[in-house]
Ligand binder design. Structure first.
Ligand code: ADP
Ligand code: MG
Length: 153
């Protein structure tokens, strides 16, 4: 089972789904999070962070490109690359070092930095369905599949 598909009727469902995903995420995981503006990407990320025990504010790193969180068992780096334009910035800002074995990196708008990002362990898409959303999760790597197995066990 390398695929998960779930209908999320409302925002609460998106947050709950994020909390569930949080329990399966291990350090060293790269997550691509795809979907249009307003699809619920940041809401899902908020749910993941809540599920990891982070009680503070989760704001969209629209201008800073990344918001780092230091959690008890791992680092969590939330990227929003919607405004990513300058490839030089990638090296200058040291973004490459964020992708390491101690960190979960979750990337909104990964297509904006194609060629710079490591391959994803999970590829999550959020699409409108009725008045809610459809979440689809694909795990292309063995690491991602092992995480997903935790979730569906
Ligand atoms: P994105 O980061 O993809 O641009 P946001 O998470 O910032 O999207 O905003 C998504 C909007 O959609 C928020 O207003 C949120 O309340 C709403 N939303 C989130 N999940 C759902 C859902 N499953 N059904 C309906 N509305 C949702
Ligand atoms: Mg967002």
């Amino acid at each position: 089972h390398h695929i998960l598909s779930e209908f999320l009727p409302d925002e609460a469902a998106t947050l709950a789904c994020g909390a569930r995903l949080a329990r399966a995420l291990r350090p060293g995981t790269v997550v691509y999070l795809e979907g249009d503006l307003g699809a619920g990407k940041t809401t899902l990320t908020r749910g993941i962070l809540r599920g990891m025990g982070y009680a503070g504010r989760v704001k969209s790193p629209t201008y800073t490109l990344v918001e780092p969180y230091s959690l008890p068992n791992l680092y969590f780096h939330h990227f929003d690359l919607y405004r990513f334009a300058d490839p030089l910035e990638w090296e200058d800002a040291g973004f490459r070092e964020y992708f390491n074995r101690e960190s979960v990196c979750l990337v909104e708008w990964p297509d904006k930095a194609e060629g710079f990002l490591p391959e994803p362990d999970w590829r999550i898409a959020l699409r409108p369905e009725q008045t809610g959303r459809r979440l689809t999760l694909v795990a292309p790597t063995t690491h991602g599949q092992a995480c997903l197995a935790q979730l569906t066990a």
